[in-house]
Design a binder for this molecule. Structure first.
Ligand SMILES: [Cu+2]
Length: 149
């Protein structure tokens, strides 16, 4: 075997080993990845459900050109499961401060879990061009607003 051929095989095996190691290392560490759930009409009901003092479920629906519910009030330290669907075209669902980036797709449910540790107003914006009203498509998560509790 040629010396350079041997070197190429060793480098290839090294890169492969690194690849498989990184997959095994990352497995189970990204619990905040978006999940895709089986579609069910009940997800089209827009609501915020309180499971306990620190756990909430938000069933959000995107449609031209709004998110519902448009204002979500939760206490600080809450963990929120977002279930998202669309009534028409593909919309985006972005909470920049929380690194949330989901797609709202008709006939599909996407889910992610977010923990809100700090009080404030977290803007939800559509980041997928969905028509003439796209730029106005916003909602907000209001964490620890005493006036609204
Ligand atoms: Cu949009």
């Amino acid at each position: 075997m040629d010396k350079r051929e041997k070197k190429a095989i060793i480098i290839t095996l090294g890169v492969l080993a690194l690849f498989f190691f990184s997959i095994l290392y990352a497995r189970g560490k990204n619990n905040d990845l978006v999940e895709c759930l089986p579609y069910n009409k009940t997800y089209e009901e827009r609501k915020v459900t309180k499971l306990d003092d620190k756990t909430y479920q938000v069933f959000a629906v995107a449609q031209m050109w709004q998110f519902q519910p448009a204002e979500i009030y939760i206490p600080v330290g809450s963990e929120v499961d977002f279930f998202l669907t669309s009534k028409d075209v593909v919309h985006g669902f972005n909470i920049a401060e929380k690194n949330v980036n989901m797609m709202a797709v008709f006939g599909n449910i996407n889910k992610t879990t977010v923990k809100f540790d700090k009080p404030g107003v977290y803007k939800i914006t559509c980041h997928e061009y969905c028509g003439v009203g796209h730029q106005n498509m916003q909602a907000q998560v209001i964490v620890n607003n005493p006036a609204a509790q």
